[in-house]
Write a protein that binds this ligand. Structure first.
Ligand SMILES: [Zn+2]
Length: 66
């Protein structure tokens, strides 16, 4: 029987650190729509356990109607 410690916190937001399974704390959003071609927003999060830094980039929702 495996006795590995697989206890991990239940994170309601779904933001779980890839490295330690700790909870990621949202730090803020940044509007990229004027400076990025493909992304319109980035969001940064920091792991409350190991300090890892995560940045999400949201793809622009482009509609090719021109
Ligand atoms: Zn972590």
């Amino acid at each position: 029987m495996s006795m590995r410690d697989v206890s991990r916190p239940t994170v309601q937001s779904g933001d779980v650190c890839w490295y330690c399974r700790g909870r990621l704390i949202w730090g803020g959003d940044h509007d990229l729509s004027e400076e990025e071609e493909f992304f319109d927003m980035s969001s940064n999060l920091t792991c409350s356990d190991c300090g890892a830094h995560v940045i999400y980039y949201r793809l622009k929702d482009e509609e090719d109607d021109d």
